[in-house]
Write a protein that binds this ligand. Structure first.
Ligand SMILES: [Zn+2]
Length: 277
């Protein structure tokens, strides 16, 4: 059995898979704000879900850059109390299993790349409350480029201050779902105005052009809740990105079909890769 945990700023989800390719069962619960409560609850839910038969290794993804040496979350903007704790070690001791700790967007990128095996370099960008992403080469995380923080490249030096990173005018401060709400005074899920979406697409395209020029992908895959707006956003997004990129031809630009489960699925695929199934 394969088990994958996704610690998000709002919800934590746990999935199990029998064959390492598809999710058979999952649970979801609110992520406790306090680290100690969170780790207790994750332990409890895993014991419950596996009926106390915990696999020899599990994957854990989190919305934070990862300190791979320490096995900790460097900075979790939505969950400050989780930052810096030795999460990997603590879970390994409590669950008596090996833990692969990874950035959530990196796991999502692994899942997206597994559906595009002909593409050597896959860039994955998630546009949600925040912005994250990963560079995947031959199906694996490109550790030469970690920790991935494409959301915090600066796209407007005079842009707004963003408390999450402490910078001004970063991609996330202008292109994310929370930025959308600040700029237009409406939550993305409640906005049906095509002109607003077109304007937002133009802003986001600046970040995407930079991702393409820095990561040189064969395919750029975009996921996250903002793409649920549909063609009024995705069409101008592709158009502006292709138009702005003059230095070379834009790579293929695709939208995730795996949806919100891509992080959990990526964890399961990662375990399969390590276990060589
Ligand atoms: Zn930032």
């Amino acid at each position: 059995m394969f088990l994958s945990v996704d610690i998000g700023g709002t919800n934590t989800r746990i999935a199990v898979s029998k064959n390492g390719r598809k999710i058979d069962k999952k649970v979801s619960f609110l992520t406790p704000k306090k680290y100690d409560d969170g780790i207790d609850l994750i332990e409890e839910k895993i014991e419950e879900l596996t009926n106390h038969h915990i696999p020899h290794s599990i994957a854990v993804g989190a919305a934070s850059p990862i300190d791979y040496e320490k096995g900790s979350l460097i900075k979790v903007p939505a969950l400050p109390s989780w930052s810096g704790h030795l999460l990997r070690k603590e879970l390994e001791l409590r669950l008596r299993t090996k833990v692969y700790l990874e950035n959530d967007a990196a796991l999502a990128g692994i899942a997206e790349a597994s559906k595009r095996k002909k593409s050597k370099i896959v860039a994955y960008i998630t546009l949600s409350t925040g912005i994250g992403g990963a560079r995947i080469v031959d199906g694996s995380v490109d550790y030469h480029a970690t920790p991935f923080e494409p959301g915090h490249m600066i796209i407007d030096p005079k842009g707004r201050f963003w408390p999450g990173c402490g910078q001004k005018g970063c991609f996330e401060s202008l292109g994310s779902g929370s930025a959308f709400e600040i700029t237009y005074g409406v939550k993305p899920e409640n906005c049906g105005d095509g002109r607003i979406w077109e304007e937002h697409a133009e802003t986001v395209s600046v970040g995407l052009v930079n991702v393409i020029t820095m990561w040189t992908p064969d395919v750029l895959v975009i996921g996250g809740s903002l793409i649920k707006a549909g063609e009024k956003f995705t069409k101008p997004l592709v158009k502006f990105t292709q138009k702005k990129l003059e230095i070379y031809k834009a790579p293929k630009i695709e939208f995730s079909k795996l949806g919100d489960d891509n992080g959990l699925l990526g964890g399961i695929i990662l375990l399969g890769n390590y276990l060589k199934i």
